[in-house]
Design a protein around this ligand. Structure first.
Ligand code: PEP
Ligand code: MN
Length: 261
């Protein structure tokens, strides 16, 4: 459960924490089947996009509010915690109303101090873990600033997600890892757990294990990995999602460090 991520420093500083689930929640069946299969692989903390911040319009922008009762249902069926992305005060309110356990701020929101401040203001007096992805551009200050805003609202449980930085033209990685930036982040805020999102760095599933291993070699605290019951049919990010079986295999093959869920 997510609390292990925040207590980890006292217990075992080398065990990475796993969050997995689909890029987007698509249908009740896709959500249920993905959660069921990942649960069998040992996953206990899940992700799933409800409102999707797509770079270009005209692509799938998430099913929105109607996904929330589906998430509530899988949470009741399995003993799990669930994280979704929020990008406005309305998203925060709707997520908390259905008992979403963990919120995350996406890369296209971290880049905008007005958005981060709006989310921070909506979190005053609330006790919920908040994960903050790096901004899409390689700007450490914006990432740190987002933490300052969320901490000033009284949120104590926060973690960073390194998801890489936008490229101009096709590169090996969909988003360049620029590993020095999360390393510098850790020297500024050493108490904040650092999670790697190898899926959005890689952009293709073949690279996900290499990027995950690199993050573990750098002593990251956890991994957030996209997984879909039928990756090729996914409505967003189909090239980079792993099947639950592939995810389980990969986790078990990561070198040197034990994982916990
Ligand atoms: C996502 O996690 O599906 C997502 C949209 O990520 P990012 O904000 O890193 O692009
Ligand atoms: Mn995605």
């Amino acid at each position: 459960m997510i609390s292990k991520l925040f207590n980890k420093k006292e217990t075992d500083s080398v065990q990475p924490f796993i969050i997995s689930g689909p890029c987007s929640v698509e249908t009740p069946e896709q959500l249920f089947q993905t959660v069921e299969a990942l649960y069998e692989e040992g996953v206990r903390v899940f992700r799933g996009g409800v409102w999707k911040p797509r770079t270009r319009p005209g692509t799938f922008e998430g099913v929105g509010t109607k996904a929330l009762p589906w998430i509530k249902e899988v949470k009741q069926e399995f003993d799990i915690e669930f994280a979704i992305e929020v990008a406005s005060a309305r998203h925060v309110e709707e997520a908390l109303n259905v008992g979403i356990d963990i919120l995350w701020i996406g890369a296209r929101s971290t880049v905008n101090p007005f958005t981060v401040q709006e989310i921070a203001d909506s979190l005053e007096g609330v006790d919920v873990p908040v994960l903050i992805k790096n901004p899409i551009n390689p700007d450490l200050g914006l990432w740190l600033g987002a933490f300052e805003r969320i901490h000033a609202a009284g949120i104590e449980q926060t973690a960073a997600i390194h998801r890489g930085f936008s490229n101009f033209r096709e590169k090996v990685y969909r988003n360049s890892p620029n590993w020095q930036i999360p390393i510098d982040f850790r020297s500024e805020l050493p108490q904040i757990p650092m999670i790697c999102d190898p899926s959005h760095i890689s952009g293709k599933r073949q690279l996900v294990p290499i990027v995950s291993q690199k993050a573990l070699d750098l002593n990251f605290d956890g991994l957030m990995i996209e997984s879909h019951i039928n990756p090729n049919e996914a409505w967003s990010d189909s090239d980079q999602q792993l099947s639950p079986k592939a995810l389980g295999l990969m986790i078990r093959s990561l070198q040197t460090r034990k994982v916990h869920f």
